[in-house]
Every structure is written in structure tokens, then in C-alpha cells.
Design a protein around this ligand. Structure first.
Ligand SMILES: Cc1cc2nc3c(=O)[nH]c(=O)nc-3n(C[C@H](O)[C@H](O)[C@H](O)COP(=O)(O)O)c2cc1C
Length: 151
């Protein structure tokens, strides 16, 4: 099983979640965790699972993640399992803007990916963080659920 985790992070919280997800995948296969700006479409060749994560900025993924998604060619994710996560502040803002993960998932599905988990959000306690207690563990459990579902 070959997995790729692509993320961006302004204050480091999304990076921590991405790395916790990578660490949780590692015992089950080969995994790379890359910043969106460093991930070229050639990294997508022969992967089984792609997970993309972003901080939520005004309900959307940040620029670097949007640009990565734009570079993913049409239908190139056919046969690839996909999932997305974001970090976010509170449930209150959802009605106004929505969150990054849902938008990432829409894009990954449009590129042909098979969704293996609902878009997930991990909470920070303020704009710059830190992460709420237990979120790294919840991220690890979230991806273990995805790996379990793959069998
Ligand atoms: C410009 C900006 C816009 C933001 N908009 C939202 C938002 O719409 N909803 C939300 O829940 N959090 C919002 N936040 C908080 C971010 O989600 C938070 O900074 C992020 O999760 C931290 O992740 P990072 O440490 O990886 O950058 C915003 C933060 C910034 C800086």
C-alpha cells in the first residue's frame, strides 16, 4: 500500500495533524507526507491512497493546497482512494463559510478519486492554535479507520 499525504500549514497545526496521519499509516505501508508546494503530480503515480489537508481560511483550503489540486490532472485519481481533512476554529462559522475539507473532497472526486471517508475537521483553540487536546490521537484513529475499511 502506497500512500501520499499532502498538506499546507501557516502556524504548524495542520502540519502536526498531517504528520500524525503519516505516522499512523507507516506500519501499513509506504507513506510520504509532503507540503502542497513540494508535491508535484508525478508523486501521484502508482499511489493507492491520497489524503489532502489544509487549514480552513474563510471556508476554503489555503492557496498552496488549491494550487496543488489545480495541478492534479483530470481523471488521474481513477482507482485511487481519497480523503481530506482540515483544521478549523469552531463549529459556529460553518453556516457562513463551510470548511476546507468538503471542498477538497469535491475536487478529488472530480479528478476520479474514490472517497473512503467523510471530510474530517480537527480543532484548534485559536487562530494560531494550539490544537485542542486529543486531536492528534483522533487524527491517527481517523486514518486507521480508513486503512481498516480498505481491507
Ligand atoms: C485568514 C484566515 C481565515 C480563517 N478562516 C477560518 C474559517 O473560515 N473557519 C475556521 O474555522 N477557521 C478559520 N481560520 C482559523 C484557521 O482554521 C486556523 O488558523 C488553522 O486551523 C490553523 O492551522 P495551521 O496552524 O496549520 O495554519 C482562519 C484563519 C486565518 C488566518
Amino acid at each position: 500500500m502506497k500512500a501520499l499525504v499532502v498538506y499546507d500549514s501557516v502556524y504548524g497545526n495542520t502540519e502536526k495533524i498531517a504528520k500524525a496521519i503519516g505516522d499512523a499509516i507507516a506500519p501499513s505501508g509506504e507513506v510520504k507526507v509532503l507540503r502542497a508546494g513540494e508535491a508535484s503530480p508525478s508523486e501521484l503515480v502508482s499511489i493507492d491512497l491520497l489524503i489532502v489537508g489544509s487549514p480552513t481560511h474563510a471556508g476554503r483550503p489555503v492557496q498552496a493546497v488549491q494550487e496543488f489540486l489545480k495541478k492534479v490532472p483530470e481523471l488521474s485519481l481513477k482507482g485511487v482512494k481519497v480523503a481530506a481533512f482540515d483544521t478549523r476554529i469552531s463549529k459556529k462559522i460553518v453556516g457562513v463559510f463551510g470548511y476546507a475539507a468538503g471542498r477538497i473532497v469535491d475536487n478529488l472526486k472530480k479528478k476520479g478519486g474514490s472517497l473512503v471517508a467523510s471530510p474530517e475537521g480537527f480543532f484548534v483553540t485559536g487562530g494560531e492554535g494550539p490544537l485542542k487536546g486529543g486531536e492528534l490521537e483522533r487524527a491517527a484513529a481517523w486514518v486507521k479507520g480508513i486503512l481498516g475499511a480498505k481491507k
